[in-house]
Design a protein around this ligand. Structure first.
Ligand code: CAO
Length: 421
C-alpha cells in the first residue's frame, strides 16, 4: 500500500523550514529510522527519519523548497498495514534539538576513539547526526562526512565531533579555513554573487585536504592509440545501432585495471596509522563526472570483469544519473582508483588531484593526430596520440614505479588484443 508522509507541526514556534538535504530518491528502498529529509529553520536543523520500511515512490519536494506543516513530502510503498494517522505522522518528525551551546569547558572530555571514516568512505554519504551536532559542525566548519560515527547505527555524536577536532589540532591540520579578509570588490567595478552548490563545497574541501595531506607527483605520458581508434570506431558503429555510445573511457578503464593487477601498490590505501598498505584485490573505478551542480565521482565496480560494451552502458547510465542527481549514496563509495577524463573537452595535460583514500588517479586529455618518425621507413606518418597524466601519493609510490606505470599503460593502450571481449 502507498503511504503519504506529510510534515507535521514542527513545534518550538517554527511554522516552516527549508529543505536542505534529501538523502533518498524515488525508487530507493528505505528502512525504518533511515533519514528521509533534513530541514533547516532559522532556529534549528531537523532530521526526518522514516517510520516505515518500504520503497519511495514519489519525492514531492526538492532542495531549497520551503515546506510548512502538513505539506506532502513523500509517497512510500510499504507492505505494512494500517493507515498513517496524524499521530503516527507526528512521530515521523524528531523534535528539533535546542541550539547547541559550544562551550568546551562545560563539555565532558571526548573519548579517545578512531575518528576517521574507514577506507572507501566518501564525503556526504548519508551522515547520521542529530540536528545539534549538525549545527555545531556547521559553525565549526567541519564536514561530518569525514567522521566515523560511534553512536547507535553509526550516528555521529558530539563526542565524535569533538574528538575529530582534537585530532586535527594535534596533527597540525586543524584549521583548513583560509583566513581571507573580506574585500569589497564592488569598489573597483560591478560584481555579482554566485552561490556555491553543496557539491562545490564538499568537493572543494575534499580537494583541499587531499592537496594538503598528500605529497603529489604527476607523471605525464602519451599512448599511440591509432589501432585502438580504428577498433573503437568499429565497435562504436555497431553499438550505435542499439542506441549505445562507446567512447575511449571504457578502454582506458580496462587498460588501467590490467596495469593495476600487475602493479597492486597503485590499487591500495594507507591504513589509519600509516603503517601498512591495504592492497585491494578488486578493481572499482571512480569516474569524475562534470555535472551542473559540480564534480561528482561515481564508482564502476569490478571493471576487470566487464566487457567494453557493459562498461560503456554503465558509464552512460551513471554519468546521466550523476547529472540528474539520481545516484544512490552507495554508488559514490568504494572506488580503488579514479579516472578523470577531459578528453572530450580538450587540453594537452593536467595534474589531477588524488581522490583519498586512494593513492593514484589518472587524468586523460584530448587525443591528437601527430606526425611520428618511422625509423624503418625513414619517413613521418600520422599517428593518433592520447596524452595522459598520473598523479600519485609519493609516500606510497616512488618515481620509478610511477614511470613504469605510465609506460606500461601506454603499451597496453597500443595493443588492441587486451580489448577484445
Ligand atoms: N581523445 C579524443 N576524443 C575523446 C577523448 C580523448 N581522450 N575522450 C573522449 N573523447 C571523445 C569521445 O569519444 C566522444 O566522441 P565520439 O562521440 O566521437 O565518440 C566525445 O569526445 C565526447 O565524449 P564524452 O566526454 O561525452 O564521453 P567520455 O566517455 O569520454 O567521458 C565523462 C564521460 C562522464 C567522464 C565526461 O562526460 C565528463 O564529465 N568529463 C569531465 C570530467 C571532469 O570534469 N574532470 C575534471 C576533474 S578535476 O576538476
Amino acid at each position: 500500500m502507498i503511504k503519504e508522509i506529510r510534515l507535521p507541526d514542527l513545534g518550538e514556534g517554527i511554522d516552516s523550514a527549508v529543505v536542505s538535504e534529501i538523502p533518498v530518491a524515488s525508487g530507493n528502498q528505505i528502512s525504518k529510522d533511515e533519514v528521509l529529509l533534513v530541514l533547516e529553520s532559522d532556529k534549528a536543523s531537523m532530521e526526518i527519519p522514516s517510520d516505515h520500511n518500504g520503497k519511495i515512490t514519489e519525492v514531492l519536494i526538492k532542495e531549497g523548497d520551503d515546506v510548512s506543516t502538513n505539506d506532502l513530502l513523500f509517497k512510500i510503498e510499504t507492505s505494512e498495514t494500517g493507515s498513517v494517522s496524524k499521530s503516527e505522522e507526528s512521530q515521523v518528525i524528531r523534535e528539533p534539538e535546542p541550539e547547541p551551546e559550544p562551550e568546551p569547558e562545560s563539555e565532558p572530555e571526548p573519548e579517545p576513539i578512531p575518528m576517521l571514516k574507514p577506507e572507501g568512505s566518501k564525503l556526504g554519504d548519508g551522515v547520521f547526526a542529530s540536528p545539534g551536532v549538525r549545527r555545531l559542525a556547521r559553525e565549526l566548519e567541519v564536514n561530518l562526512g569525514l567522521i566515523r560515527g560511534t553512536g547507535a547505527k553509526g550516528r555521529t555524536t558530539k563526542n565524535d565531533l569533538h574528538g575529530y577536532i582534537k585530532m586535527r589540532m594535534q596533527d597540525g591540520s586543524g584549521s583548513r579555513k583560509s583566513h581571507r579578509e573580506s574585500i569589497d570588490f564592488s569598489q573597483w567595478g560591478n560584481v555579482e554573487f554566485l552561490k556555491l552548490t553543496k557539491v562545490n563545497k564538499i568537493t572543494g574541501q575534499r580537494l583541499q585536504e587531499s592537496w594538503q595531506d598528500i605529497p603529489h607527483v604527476t607523471q605525464h605520458n602519451y599512448a599511440d592509440i591509432t589501432e585502438l581508434d580504428g577498433y573503437r570506431k568499429k565497435i562504436k558503429e555497431e553499438a550505435k545501432k542499439e542506441g549505445k555510445k562507446v567512447t575511449f573511457l571504457p578502454f582506458l578503464m580496462r587498460a588501467v585495471a590490467l596495469v593495476l593487477k600487475e602493479m597492486p601498490r597503485f590499487n591500495s590505501s594507507l591504513d589509519e596509522k600509516e603503517e601498512s598498505l591495504v592492497i585491494k584485490n578488486y578493481y572499482h573505478m571512480g569516474v569524475a563526472v562534470d555535472t551542473p551542480s559540480g564534480l561528482m565521482v561515481p564508482c564502476v565496480r569490478d571493471v576487470d570483469k566487464k566487457t567494453i560494451l557493459e562498461l560503456s552502458e554503465e558509464l552512460m547510465d551513471i554519468s546521466q544519473r550523476a547529472r540528474e542527481k539520481k545516484l544512490k549514496p552507495n554508488e559514490l563509495k568504494g572506488s580503488s582508483f579514479t579516472i578523470s577524463s577531459l578528453g572530450g573537452i580538450g587540453g594537452t595535460s593536467f595534474s589531477p588531484i588524488v581522490n583519498p583514500p586512494e593513492v593514484a588517479i589518472l587524468g586523460v586529455s584530448k587525443s591528437e593526430w601527430k606526425p611520428v618518425y618511422n625509423k624503418e621507413s625513414g619517413g613521418f606518418e600520422p599517428r593518433y596520440q592520447l596524452p595522459f597524466s598520473l598523479s600519485y601519493d609519493h609516500r606510497v609510490i616512488d618515481g620509478a614505479s610511477g614511470a613504469s606505470f605510465v609506460e606500461r599503460l601506454s603499451t597496453v593502450l597500443g595493443e588492441i588484443d587486451s580489448f577484445k571481449d
